[in-house]
Design a protein around this ligand. Structure first.
Ligand SMILES: Cc1cc2nc3c(=O)[nH]c(=O)nc-3n(C[C@H](O)[C@H](O)[C@H](O)COP(=O)(O)OP(=O)(O)OC[C@H]3O[C@@H](n4cnc5c(N)ncnc54)[C@H](O)[C@@H]3O)c2cc1C
Length: 384
């Protein structure tokens, strides 16, 4: 969507741009949290793709089932499409059943958010466990935000004294990859909010008959379970030749400066499914910058001029901790990527982009909540 808008603005009638989506609208996932907490209505979380039609794009509603980059084809449930350039950004797939997670509620889909809203509306106090079994999940900051936000939500309803929030997470310390400042701010917020943090947890799973979350050596009873599902690469990429084996599983492979696939130079994959390959978090901010870089690279080739690719040089994490907002910036450097073709798949060789160790706090203040809110609302409103 970000790249399509940029290409429509820059290329005008020099290109024919087709958006393929399985929905008539684009839903902005971070707002699902606002829906779950009762702060936003479902219709506020999305924009219709017809806005792109007004800008000159063709929109095709279809479910993509596969890619044939060798034939320049996209396979869908209603036929095939051909292209000169392909730019794909399909997000991720959730494993909602891993570790017995289906016993809980979540806000990783709009439908899930509405169920979580109902569960919170009928919650009269008790033990809440937020269970993050795997470090591979969407939006690294989410579990730390929701734990704090739940406490504030309960306080507003007069339930704070009657409830407890426990976050079970694989990181030894909260928000560990963002460095000492972020850890300290989060630990302080947990302390003030009374959130119990169970770090470095080795998950066993949810026992829904006993209503407990089990980790190695311990179990945590819950009255309300909030889950954070593990993620995998979207299945249409499987067997496409566009993927690589990384230390964290099979993900799409791209060049860090442009989001271009190393094997097929007419394919750009700036979606969340390429972030693990780049060593970046599976989050929207790096996806946004990679998408702009991909659009710039395509634009340069179509107009036959050199266009500076929009490099990813910084990553902003804007967090809502319920009573305060926290903004952390991470500088992003490096990005040499080596790939070897083994005969049937890519072998992942080098290190990814570097950002851990270069994060610093920009803002911790009640005002920071509005900064995040404005940042996200304006992103969605200006995105098409
Ligand atoms: C609760 C929550 C909070 C978040 N908070 C933040 C945050 O604070 N900061 C941050 O940076 N990121 C956050 N994220 C993550 C962010 O939303 C994603 O990283 C980002 O949306 C990924 O962009 P994408 O284009 O790859 O995927 P998506 O935004 O998921 O878009 C993929 C699109 O492709 C369509 N699609 C998928 N599969 C197919 C198919 N087979 N055929 C046709 N169409 C298909 C989908 O309908 C969708 O429109 C959050 C996510 C969630 C769920």
């Amino acid at each position: 969507m970000v790249a399509a808008k940029r290409l429509l603005e820059r290329l005008g009638d020099k290109a024919e741009i087709t958006m393929v989506s399985d929905q008539d609208y684009y839903s902005f996932p971070p707002f699902f949290t606002n829906v779950a907490l009762g702060d936003m209505e479902p219709q506020e979380t999305s924009l219709p793709l017809s806005r792109l039609v007004e800008r000159g794009a063709r929109v095709v509603k279809a479910r993509i089932t596969g890619f044939q980059p060798e034939n320049r084809k996209v396979l869908t449930d209603s036929g095939e499409l051909t292209y000169d350039y392909l730019l794909a950004s399909l997000g991720i797939e959730y494993d909602m059943k891993a570790y017995g997670l289906e016993a809980g509620v979540h806000n990783f889909t709009l439908d899930g958010a509405m169920k979580m809203r109902d569960a919170l509306a009928s919650f009269k106090g008790g033990k809440v466990v937020v269970f993050t079994p795997s470090p591979m999940y969407r939006c690294g900051i989410y579990p730390f935000e929701i734990a704090n936000m739940l406490v504030e939500t309960f306080a507003k309803k007069g339930l704070r004294e009657k409830s407890s929030v426990t976050l079970v997470h694989p990181f030894k310390r909260p928000l560990e990859p963002l460095g000492e400042e972020a850890i300290k701010i989060t630990e302080e917020s947990f302390q003030e909010h009374g959130v119990q943090y169970v770090g470095g947890a080795r998950p066993v799973g949810v026992d829904s008959s006993r209503k407990v979350v089990e980790v190695e050596g311990e179990s945590f009873p819950y009255d309300l379970l909030v889950t954070v599902p593990p993620i995998t690469m979207p299945s249409p990429f499987k067997g496409s030749g566009l993927t690589a084996n990384t230390p964290v599983g099979e993900w799409t492979a791209v060049d860090p400066a442009t989001g271009r696939n190393p094997r097929y130079d007419d394919v750009f994959l700036p979606g969340e499914h390429s972030m693990p390959f780049l060593g970046l978090p599976t989050a929207g901010v790096p996806v946004h910058f990679t998408s702009l870089a991909s659009a710039s690279a395509i634009e340069a080739e179509v107009v036959g001029q050199s266009v500076e690719p929009g490099q990813i040089s910084a990553m902003v994490c804007a967090m809502d901790y319920g009573d305060r907002g926290v903004v952390i910036n991470c500088d992003v450097t490096g990005g040499k990527r080596g790939l070897a073709w083994t005969g049937d798949h890519y072998q992942f060789l080098d290190e990814g982009l570097r950002w851990t160790g270069s994060c610093y706090s920009v803002l911790t203040s009640p005002l920071g909540r509005y900064v995040k809110d404005m940042f996200y609302r304006s992103f969605l409103l200006t995105s098409m």
